[in-house]
Design a protein around this ligand. Structure first.
Ligand SMILES: [Cu+2]
Length: 780
C-alpha cells in the first residue's frame, strides 16, 4: 500500500473512531493519589490515599458509556492504576512497564476506554506494595437494562490494614520469623502439637521441610469494610432490597462472609451475573467481587460480617436499624487438625519454588513427583466422581436448607471442615484405589472452597472447533524464603507464555503449596470448570486451595501482553506471576519503559540483621538476599578473647542447596586476640529433611569442616536451638604437632530464645568458646 492510501485510511479510521466515541456518553473522573497520615488501627501511620480516603471513591458508570479517568500522582514515588476485571484496550490496563507507562510523581495520566460490560469491579495500584498502603477503590458499571430486583445498593470494599511499612512486612516474611503467627494466635508450637497427639504428623511435615499447615502469613491489627472495622448504614428501611456489591480489595486476606437474618441471594460473581442462589456463608478470595441482594427485615438491622480466613479478625457492616440480627460465627480453622489429615493422606509436599534448571520447564514431571500421586485416567475418573458427589451434596443441602437454622449451619460448617467420617462420602469412596481415596479425602477437606454454587445463566462454552491448548501450572512456593513461583520458576527466571488468537487456552492449576492462591488474569474472563459443566461460571480471579487442582479456560480474543499472577500481593512480589503474550508488537508509547523493570520488582534484594548482646559475648549478623543470591556477614566476639567472623556469598542452586565462597577470621589460639587466622572458605549449605541446616566446607589450609544446626519452637514464643561443628586438619598445609595424625576442633552451642516482640528476644546460651550467659537480641 502506498503512503497516501495509508494516510487516507488512518485519517478515515480516526474520524470513525471519534464519531463512535461522540455517540457514546462520556463520563469523566479525576482521582488523585496522595500520601497522608491515617489512623485505621489505633495508630497514625503514613498511608496512600485516593482523593483523601482509603478506600478511594466509587467510580460509577453505565454500560455502553465511554470512561475517561484522569489519575493524578501527588506523591514523591511513581504509581499506577489497574482496572481490575475490566475488558479494555491493552494500553489502559495499567500494569506499569507492561501495558502502561508508570505515573511519575507530579504527573497526571489519562485512561480512556469504552465500557462493554456491567457489574462490580475495582481498581488498585499495581506498583510494588502500594495496594497495601491504601491505593484501591471500587468501580461500578450499571447495566443498560436492569434485570435484577432491588431498590437500593451499597458498595462494600473489604481490606486489611497493617501499621507496619509494607516493605518491612515483606522483609520480615523473607527472613522467616514466626512472629506474625504468634501475634495472630495461629502459631502451632510443639507443646500444642503434642497435646493434640499430632507429633507424628509434625514429624511428617518436618521430614518434608515444612513447619506446618498455614493459612495466612501476615498479622493485621484491623480488617476494614469501607475503611472502618465497623460501619453502620441506618438509612436502609424495612422491606428494602439492597444490592450489596462486595469487593475484596485486601492485599493478602481472604474472608468468609456471613449474614444475619434471612439468607441473602447471591446474584453475581466477579461482576457477572450468576443464577441467583440463596447463599449465606460465602468465601471471598483476594480480588474477587460478589453481589448479594439483602432484604431488610421488618424489625432489626442485618449484620454483614467478613471473617479473615484464618480466624484472626472480623469486620462488619450493619444495614438498617433496630435489634441486631447477628451474622453467624465462623469457627477458627484448626491448623493442627489440618496437619494431621494431610499427613495421613501421604502427600509429597515441599515442591521446589526454585528449580535447579529454570530454563527447562517440566510441569508434568513436577506434578508426577510432588503432591498427590495418581495416574491420569484415575484422575479423570475422580473428577467425574467428584462432580456427582457434589451434585448429591447440593441436592441434600437444598432439602436440608428449609428447616436449618443458623446454629445448625455453624455445626454443619464445622463438620464440613472435618469431613472424613461422613457415611455417604465413605460409601461412594468404596471401590477406589488408595491413591484415589486419598485424593478424594483431600478434595473433601477443601470442598468448602469449591465454586459449585456458581452457575452461569447462559452456556459459557467456546466454539467446539476452536483449537485447545493445555497448560499445566503447578503452583509452588518456599515458605521459609518466601519465594513463590509456578512450575518451580519465579517470574524473574522465565519467558512470556504465548497465547494464540482464536485458540482456547485451558490451564490446570495444581497447587503444590500449603496456601490458597487467588489467581488473576488481566483483560479476560475465564471459565472456572465446576459441577455445572457447560454453565460453569466466568471469572477474572479464581482461588486454588492447598494441594488441589482447578481448571480454567479462556478464549484468545485479545492482543498484546497481559499480566497473570497470584493476587496475594506478597506472593506476586515473591515471583508468582507470568506474562501472557499474544506476541503482537509492543505499543510505541512504552518506549523507555522496559518490562524488565516490572520483572525486577519481584527479584529485589532484602536485607536484615540481628545484634546479640549477652553477658558472655556480642554478635552481629547481616543477610542480604534476592531470589538466587545471598550475602552473609557474621561476627561473634566473646569477652574471654575469642572471636569468629565470616563473610560469604551464596548462590542458590535450588531451594535447599546453595554453594558458597567466603572469608573466615578466627583467633589463632584460645582466649587471646594476639594472633588472628584468616582463611578463604568454600563449600555448600543444605537444608535437610527434618529441617536441619548443614554447612560443609573446606578452607585454604585444606581443612574440611562440617556444621549442623536446628531450632525448634517448643512453646508459644519459646524456642530452643543447637549447633555443632567439627573441623579436622590432616596436616596437608599446616605442620601438625609431632606424633599426631590429625588435629580436630569442635565448636558447639545451645540455647533458648523467648520472643518478646517482633524485634526483641531474650536469649540464654552456652558456647564452648565463649561460655554461658544471658542477653538480648535485636532484629532489624
Ligand atoms: Cu499466592
Amino acid at each position: 500500500m502506498n503512503n497516501i492510501k495509508k494516510y487516507i485510511l488512518v485519517v478515515t479510521l480516526t474520524i470513525l473512531h471519534f464519531a463512535a466515541i461522540a455517540q457514546m456518553d462520556t463520563t469523566v473522573y479525576t482521582i488523585s493519589i496522595k500520601k497522608k497520615m491515617v489512623k485505621n488501627a489505633g495508630k497514625e501511620v503514613m498511608g496512600m490515599t485516593i482523593n483523601g480516603g482509603i478506600p478511594g471513591p466509587t467510580l460509577r458508570f453505565v454500560e455502553g458509556e465511554y470512561a475517561v479517568i484522569y489519575v493524578k500522582n501527588e506523591m514523591d514515588v511513581e504509581t499506577s492504576i489497574h482496572w481490575h476485571g475490566l475488558l479494555l484496550p491493552n494500553f489502559y490496563d495499567g500494569v506499569p512497564y507492561l501495558n502502561t507507562p508508570p505515573i511519575e510523581p507530579g504527573h497526571t495520566q489519562k485512561y480512556e476506554f469504552p465500557l462493554i460490560q456491567s457489574g462490580t469491579y475495582w481498581y488498585h495500584s499495581h506498583t510494588m506494595l502500594q495496594e497495601q498502603s491504601g491505593v484501591y477503590g471500587s468501580l461500578v458499571i450499571e447495566p443498560k437494562k436492569k434485570t435484577l430486583d432491588y431498590n437500593k445498593e451499597l458498595v462494600v470494599v473489604l481490606s486489611d490494614w497493617t501499621n507496619e511499612k509494607p516493605s518491612n512486612v515483606l522483609r520480615y516474611l523473607k527472613r522467616s520469623t514466626e512472629w506474625y503467627n504468634f501475634r495472630k494466635g495461629t502459631a502451632t508450637p510443639l507443646n500444642r502439637v503434642i497435646a493434640r497427639g499430632a507429633f507424628g504428623a509434625q514429624l511428617n511435615f518436618w521430614k518434608q521441610r515444612m513447619e506446618g499447615a498455614d493459612i495466612a502469613d501476615i498479622y493485621y491489627p484491623a480488617f476494614l469494610s469501607n475503611g472502618s472495622q465497623k460501619q453502620e448504614y441506618p438509612e436502609f428501611e424495612p422491606g428494602d432490597k439492597v444490592r450489596l456489591r462486595v469487593v475484596n480489595g485486601a492485599a493478602s486476606t481472604s474472608f468468609w462472609m456471613t449474614f444475619g437474618g434471612e439468607d441473602p441471594v447471591l446474584v453475581s460473581s466477579d461482576g457477572l451475573d450468576v443464577v441467583p442462589v440463596s447463599h449465606n456463608k460465602t468465601f471471598i478470595a483476594v480480588a474477587e467481587t460478589y453481589d448479594f441482594i439483602v432484604t431488610i427485615p421488618n424489625n432489626g438491622k442485618v449484620e454483614f460480617r467478613s471473617t479473615a480466613q484464618d480466624g484472626s479478625g472480623t469486620t462488619s457492616v450493619f444495614l438498617g436499624i433496630g435489634n441486631l440480627l447477628a451474622a453467624p460465627d465462623v469457627p477458627q480453622p484448626d491448623k493442627i487438625g489440618m496437619m494431621q489429615q494431610m499427613a495421613k493422606m501421604d502427600m509429597r509436599m515441599g515442591a521446589p519454588a526454585l528449580k535447579f534448571q529454570p530454563n527447562k520447564d517440566e510441569p508434568y514431571k513436577l506434578k508426577e513427583s510432588w503432591g498427590m500421586q495418581m495416574n491420569e485416567s484415575a484422575e479423570k475418573g475422580m473428577h467425574m466422581n467428584h462432580m456427582d458427589m457434589d451434585k448429591k451434596d447440593m441436592d441434600k443441602k437444598d432439602m436440608d436448607k428449609k428447616d436449618m437454622d443458623k446454629k445448625d449451619m455453624d455445626k454443619k460448617d464445622e463438620k464440613e471442615s472435618m469431613p472424613m467420617d461422613d457415611d455417604i462420602k465413605m460409601q461412594s469412596m468404596k471401590g477406589m484405589t488408595s491413591g484415589e481415596s486419598r485424593k478424594m479425602k483431600s478434595m473433601r477437606m477443601f470442598s468448602e472452597y469449591n465454586y459449585d454454587y456458581l452457575k452461569s445463566p447462559a452456556k459459557t462454552t467456546y466454539d467446539v472447533n476452536a483449537p485447545v491448548r493445555e497448560v499445566l501450572l503447578n503452583l509452588t512456593g518456599n515458605m521459609s524464603r518466601y519465594i513463590w513461583s509456578m512450575n518451580g520458576i519465579p517470574l524473574a527466571e522465565t519467558d512470556k507464555i504465548k497465547i494464540k488468537e482464536g485458540e482456547v487456552t485451558r490451564i490446570t492449576f495444581n497447587n503444590l503449596t500449603m496456601m490458597h492462591h487467588p489467581m488473576h488474569l488481566h483483560g479476560h474472563f475465564f471459565r472456572v470448570i465446576n459441577a455445572n459443566g457447560e454453565y460453569s461460571p466466568l471469572k477474572h480471579t479464581v482461588n486454588v486451595p492447598p494441594m488441589q487442582q482447578v481448571t480454567i479456560e479462556f478464549y484468545g480474543n485479545e492482543y498484546g501482553d497481559w499480566f497473570f499472577h497470584c493476587h496475594i500481593l506478597y506472593h506476586m512480589m515473591g515471583g508468582m506471576a507470568r506474562i501472557f503474550s499474544y506476541d503482537t508488537p509492543r505499543d510505541s508509547r512504552l518506549v523507555g519503559h522496559p518490562v524488565s523493570k516490572l520483572v525486577h520488582e519481584t527479584n529485589q534484594y532484602y536485607t536484615w540483621g540481628i545484634i546479640d548482646a549477652s553477658s558472655q559475648m556480642a554478635g552481629l549478623s547481616l543477610v542480604s538476599s534476592n531470589i538466587r543470591n545471598q550475602f552473609n556477614l557474621s561476627a561473634e566476639v566473646g569477652y574471654n578473647e575469642n572471636l569468629e567472623a565470616e563473610f560469604s556469598y551464596e548462590r542458590y542452586i535450588y531451594d535447599y542447596f546453595r554453594v558458597f565462597v567466603g572469608v573466615n577470621v578466627e583467633n589463632e589460639s584460645p582466649d587471646s586476640f594476639d594472633e588472628l587466622s584468616t582463611t578463604a572458605v568454600a563449600g555448600f549449605r543444605f537444608f535437610t529433611p527434618y529441617m536441619f541446616n548443614l554447612d560443609v566446607r573446606v578452607d585454604n589450609q585444606l581443612r574440611p569442616r562440617i556444621g549442623i544446626g536446628r531450632a525448634v519452637m517448643l512453646f508459644p514464643r519459646f524456642s530452643v536451638f543447637g549447633y555443632y561443628e567439627y573441623q579436622v586438619d590432616f596436616g596437608a598445609v599446616n605442620t601438625l604437632e609431632v606424633g599426631k595424625d590429625f588435629e580436630q576442633e569442635i565448636v558447639w552451642n545451645a540455647g533458648a530464645e523467648y520472643m518478646v516482640s517482633r524485634d526483641f528476644s531474650f536469649v540464654g546460651s552456652y558456647d564452648n568458646r565463649f561460655g554461658g550467659g544471658v542477653g538480648l537480641s535485636l532484629r532489624f
